[in-house]
Design a protein around this ligand. Structure first.
Ligand code: FUB
Length: 350
């Protein structure tokens, strides 16, 4: 929800009704990508700071500089901050804005995937490697060749193939890559370069990764989301179309692609038979939280499913100072996810 509309919120009341509390409180964290490695939960979040940048529609106020990995023995146990895992100063190609990361494991090595702006102000996606899930990670000297935009989520399928889902509109610059080449024309309007409202919405991207997880193995493809009539969602359908924050998980053999709708502050999902889609829109996972952004991950741990997400309740509504949280996720008998109200009947939208 927009920062300017928080005055009406009674935060004591909201916190009493919240379905979960921040997992850690000594630093601000956001965009939690959770994984289970060796029977333990590891969360790869953004590390929010106040760098003094003014709020704008392109997200300049998200001026993060490093990543910390958070670990938990179970969803109810204490969350441990394992310190700095990677700093922007140690990434040769990156200048600023270490946005939402993800991680995965292969052959005992851990790979951190992260977006940052390069020295030309263009978001790219990089990889850093460690022998430990908590880092420290060593960055590759260059970003992934032909990578662009933000919010990588790397999914390992049952056959060991890894796919990166990524992209984000507005500040995430996806709309500037519509022709396949970066559109140099600057604009302060977040909707410049986007399709018209009655045109098919801009899609997230998916690319299979090479065996060493360091490059794209193919040109990125569109993650198409269709409606109940098998028609692509339209750009103007902003309560359902993709904005940012891709995640993918598999439930009972089907692929669930979930994402944020950005300016309508929802986490929604769509279901497909294979990792490339098309994905059929299936509903809402999370109603709006306090703070403009919403970003999540979904993971199975000891036979139950969990939604990791964030809100700005700890900072009392400051958009770029968020806190990671976790809540149980429930499916109905047909495999549809039950929508979670983050504060029960307390509505953050006035
Ligand atoms: O944390 C910075 C950006 O805010 C992320 O990359 C987006 O998904 C949004 O949560």
């Amino acid at each position: 929800m927009p920062e300017e509309s928080i005055e009406h919120i009674d935060f004591d009341e909201l916190n009493k009704k919240a379905v979960s509390q921040p997992l850690i409180k000594h630093i601000y964290t956001a965009d939690p990508s959770a994984h289970v490695f060796n029977g333990k939960i590891y969360i790869y979040p953004s590390h929010d700071i106040d760098a003094g940048e003014a709020f704008d529609d392109l997200g300049s106020h998200f001026a993060m500089e490093d990543y910390h990995v958070i670990s938990m023995n179970s969803v109810d146990s204490e969350a441990k901050d394992n310190g700095i895992a990677l700093h922007v100063d140690d990434v040769p190609w990156a200048e600023k804005q270490m946005w939402a990361p993800d991680a995965n494991e292969k052959d005992g090595k851990y790979y951190l995937f992260f977006p940052a702006k390069d020295y030309n102000g263009i978001f790219r996606i990089g990889v850093a490697i460690s022998d430990s899930p908590t880092g420290p990670f060593k960055a590759e000297p260059k970003a992934i060749k032909n990578s662009f935009s933000i919010d990588p989520a790397v999914f390992k399928d049952a056959d060991g193939s890894c796919y990166m889902y990524f992209g984000g509109i507005w500040g995430g610059q996806l709309q500037r890559w519509r022709t396949g080449k970066f559109n140099e024309e600057e604009s302060e309007s977040p909707v410049a370069h986007l399709p018209k409202n009655n045109e098919p919405a801009l899609c997230a991207k998916v690319a299979k990764l090479t065996d060493d997880l360091l490059q794209f193995d193919e040109a990125p493809k569109d993650v198409l989301i269709v409606d109940e009539n098998s028609q692509p969602l339209l750009q103007g359908d902003n309560e359902r179309r993709f904005f940012e924050a891709s995640w993918i998980h598999k439930y009972k053999g089907k692929y669930y692609f979930s994402y944020s709708t950005g300016d309508t502050h929802l986490i929604c999902y769509a279901i497909a038979e294979n990792p490339y889609g098309p994905f059929r829109y299936a509903g809402r996972i999370l109603n709006p939280v306090v703070g403009w952004t919403s970003h999540h991950s979904i993971v199975e741990f000891e036979g139950e499913w969990y939604l990791f997400y964030h809100d700005s309740s700890l900072s009392k509504g400051i958009t770029h100072l968020r806190s990671i949280k976790v809540a149980k996720l429930n499916y109905d008998e047909n495999g549809f996810i039950k929508t979670l109200n983050p504060y029960n009947d307390f509505d953050v939208i006035e």
